[in-house]
Design a protein around this ligand. Structure first.
Ligand code: TRP
Length: 520
């Protein structure tokens, strides 16, 4: 029996998910598969200032053949080398902050440096936060230095902030030049065949658009996956309480203040606020739970944080659902983006979920037979990707020491934690290495290890967060006491500081670098 190849793919929706999918599939399949995208000019896109993670370059842009210098200027992109968590321990202390770093802490033999650091902390041979002892960039971030030199040499693993609208616009132009057919039209109806497969979508101007495979990028609506195919959405509001946001773009004097090379996540009374610096402004939004505060109160708290008046800025109120579809791929429809799953933005996983889905779709790309085994395997990948990140996010709410409002108290006491998460918390408390990364070599790690092997949240990530919250293991990792590689660990920490001090002298500021590449 010869398999029949998919000839036509129709992408429904033209936000970040739609255009990322269009460009990636066009690159992957060239003229073997016809790709079309229909988007409504009427539907507003959700993109606010967006934060990303390092593997965006390897997994997505490298695949398209684009270097950072090619796409960054098109998207008003800036750098992000970490997330700075502010006020997650003490609401009143301006100096209460810690970094969640990108990059993997190295091993001493087969034990991560974090575990030696914890021994030194217990024995009071260090009083520095973990990130200042086990990485070589905390001081560089404090000084707002650039992760890249003016010769474009990367000296710290980093990701990007950008305007998601500009990225979509850039990828749209690229996709169309690669042969993607673009319809600006309204989708009125989804038509199923006798077996319940999607046959076509009816549009206002172009009639029925048929395809073999449909990609639902219609956002929270889930036009095909939820509305037409009735796939249930697993709502996880008992596992993460935030469900709303108020966002705005806020002017910033870069000349005076410089540009921070990190995202900030500032804990608030009923959630937290993101700050995403870009040239001349920063995107910001208060993510809160409307079960604990009102829209007006939240808006008020948000405006006070930045000391701005409501009349002077344009506020964007967003309501979101947290959770995922039971299955991301059903029959001949694959949901990608918000139509598939949404986790609140605390760890910048939004775009990551999109390109993981696209990457896996290409690996699992079906023939017209739509083999269930391919579909099941794809769905398993998406499920692990999402649930694993949900678990990691829960730890932020659960392990922080804040209990000053009902919101924070509820997070301490009422969150429903998965068994696999409870097991990880126990491992940590026992002093064990939590989720050891498959490799600590950054080049390999960001070259697909983290998406291919579900090796995404590693010991380094858990250690940044837990020690940041001053939530420490009950005891030192016993194996450290037998191995006794203390001198080696001390020496390694010294080497890190040496490199850091050298870079402190030589790197340009983030503002200088960005002015340079954006020709400002
Ligand atoms: N493995 C991911 C990375 O290092 C983990 C990650 C996702 C992360 N979002 C993050 C790490 C935000 C630090 C900050 O890329």
């Amino acid at each position: 029996m010869s398999s029949q190849l998919i000839k036509n793919v129709l992408i429904v929706g033209g936000g970040s998910a739609g255009w990322m999918t269009a460009s990636y599939l066009a690159k992957a399949f060239g003229n073997k598969v016809n790709i079309s995208l229909v988007e409504s000019p009427e539907i507003p896109k959700i993109g606010v200032g967006e934060a990303t993670i390092p593997n965006l370059q390897k997994v997505f842009f490298d695949f398209l053949g684009l270097k950072e210098e090619d796409w960054m200027p098109e998207c008003n992109a800036s750098f992000k080398a970490a997330i700075k968590f502010v006020n997650w321990n003490d609401p009143n202390d301006k100096n209460d902050y810690f970094y969640h770093m990108f990059g993997q802490v190295k091993n001493i033999e087969d034990i991560p440096l974090t575990h030696y650091w914890n021994y030194f902390r217990e024995n009071k041979t260090t009083n520095l936060p973990m990130a200042y002892d086990c990485y070589d960039k905390a001081k560089l971030l404090d000084a707002k230095l650039s992760p890249k030199t003016l010769n474009h040499e990367s000296v710290m693993s980093h990701a990007w902030h950008f305007d998601a609208h500009l990225v979509a616009k850039f990828l749209k132009k690229l996709s169309i030049s690669w042969g993607v057919k673009h319809f600006e039209d309204e989708v009125k109806n989804v038509n199923l065949d006798a077996n319940g497969y999607v046959k076509s979508v009816t549009t206002t101007k172009n009639g029925d658009l048929e395809a073999d495979l449909f990609i639902d990028c219609s956002g929270f609506k889930g036009l095909i996956i939820n509305k037409a195919l009735n796939e249930p959405f697993l709502n996880m509001s008992d596992q993460l309480f935030c469900n709303s946001a108020v966002a705005a773009s806020i002017k910033h004097d870069d000349e005076e203040n410089g540009i921070e090379p990190y995202t900030s996540a500032i804990a608030m009374k009923n959630g937290w606020t993101w700050k995403i610096p870009m040239l001349g402004r920063f995107g910001s939004g208060y993510v809160y739970s409307d079960n604990f505060t009102t829209k007006d109160q939240a808006t008020d708290e948000f405006l006070k944080l930045w000391n701005v008046k409501e009349d002077n800025i344009s506020l964007n109120h967003i309501k979101f659902r947290t959770g995922r579809n039971k299955r991301a791929w059903v029959k001949n429809c694959v949901a990608i983006g918000l139509s598939s799953c949404f986790l609140e933005p605390l760890e910048s996983t939004g775009l990551y979920f999109i390109y993981v889905a696209i990457y896996q779709l290409v690996k699992h790309f079906p023939t017209k037979e739509m083999d269930e085994k391919l579909i099941n395997s794809f769905n398993d990948k998406i499920e692990v990707m999402f649930d694993d990140s949900r678990d990691f996010l829960q730890t932020h709410y659960f392990t922080t020491s804040r209990i000053d409002t009902d919101f924070w108290k509820a997070n301490k006491h009422d969150l429903k934690l998965s068994d696999s998460l409870k097991a990880k918390l126990d491992m940590y408390k026992a002093g064990l290495v939590v989720c050891p990364p498959i490799t600590t070599n950054e080049k390999d790690y960001y070259g697909n290890f983290d998406i291919e092997f579900s090796n995404f949240w590693t010991n380094s990530n858990y250690y940044c967060m837990f020690t940041g919250f001053k939530w420490y293991p009950d005891s030192v990792y016993p194996k450290v006491l037998y191995d006794e590689k203390f001198e080696q660990a001390q020496q390694y920490m010294k080497d890190l500081k040496e490199r850091e001090n050298m870079l402190l002298q030589s790197l340009p500021t983030t503002y200088e670098y960005l002015k340079f590449i954006h020709h400002k």
